[in-house]
Design a protein around this ligand. Structure first.
Ligand SMILES: Nc1ncnc2c1ncn2[C@@H]1O[C@H](COP(=O)(O)OP(=O)(O)OP(=O)(O)O)[C@@H](O)[C@H]1O
Length: 261
């Protein structure tokens, strides 16, 4: 599925924090219909790359294109407005609020007419129907009650709601930062299935993870990040997990790849 214009393409991204070089000419590609995993050692610059793609960090240099069009995100709102949704590890949810309210956090739908525009009343029935539809589309209706407070959900269910929220609003790209890090075996399994469901609905996914079995299970392509840039991309069909770890840590290089100084 690598034909056509990439959905998201970055070239030569640079980001410095004082003397620390967090991105050093980083490239990135995401094509339609695929799950790309980003892996790399601690401090390799994965988070900084993802933040640049999701508008949370402005690169010092380099280009980002969405559907072949240059974009300049001034903040996460700009990336969201372009259909790029990110689920960070902390999930950015309000535990005391309901599932439906959390799905709409910061982008509530107002009632039509004066009740919405002047009195700012929320259109609860429409929001709740949308939340229920999205959760059931993604097979998440084991959550019976969308009025349930998020704090009463299991870790896996919470992650599920966060992924459903991203898939509901992320029309172009969903970025998941360590979605299974805090989860048990069964819950991780469900979240991995959910990731596949999101892909099946036509939304490509960027998955940042340190969990090699999970990466090898769901990724179509693996982007290996090292020393602030993309070292290479591999297919999980062609390499083993120990190869990937060796590339990540610099213990060996894939054939045809040379490490730049
Ligand atoms: N806001 C910041 N201020 C200063 N240095 C930063 C900042 N953000 C990142 N860095 C530095 O940039 C480098 C890359 O960090 P980044 O968090 O992107 O790596 P990472 O691959 O995501 O690491 P990990 O897997 O440990 O989360 C690190 O040396 C880090 O200390």
């Amino acid at each position: 599925m690598t034909t056509g214009t990439p959905i998201l393409r970055a070239r030569g991204l640079m980001k410095r924090y004082g003397t620390v070089v967090a991105m050093n000419g980083a490239d990135f590609d995401l094509n339609a219909g695929e799950i790309v995993a980003v892996i790399g050692d601690n401090g390799a610059g994965k988070s900084t790359l993802i933040k640049a793609l999701s508008g949370a960090v402005t690169p010092d240099h380099g280009t980002i294109e969405l559907d072949g069009r240059p974009v300049h995100f001034r903040g996460p709102e700009d990336a969201r407005a372009e259909g790029i949704e990110t689920v960070y590890q902390n999930l950015a949810m309000s535990p005391a609020l309901s599932i439906a309210d959390n799905m709409f956090l910061g982008r509530e739908w107002r009632k039509p007419g004066i009740m919405g525009s002047v009195f700012r009343q929320m259109d609860r029935p429409r929001m709740e129907k949308f939340a229920r539809d999205k959760l059931s589309e993604l097979g998440l209706m084991t959550i019976q009650n969308i009025h349930q407070a998020v704090e009463t959900l299991s870790g896996g269910q919470r992650q599920g709601v966060a992924v459903a929220r991203a898939a509901a609003f992320g029309s172009k790209v969903v970025i998941l930062d360590e979605p299974t890090a805090a989860l048990g075996v069964k819950e991780s399994r469900r979240v991995l299935e959910l990731i596949r469901d999101v892909r099946a609905r036509g939304i490509p996914i960027i998955l940042i993870s340190h969990n090699m079995p999970h990466v090898f299970e769901v990724a179509d392509r693996i982007h290996i990040h090292r020393l602030g840039r993309r070292l290479c991309e591999i297919s999980p069909k062609d390499y083993s997990m120990s190869d990937a770890v060796a590339f990540m840590t610099g213990a060996k290089l894939p054939e045809g790849v040379t490490e730049q100084a």
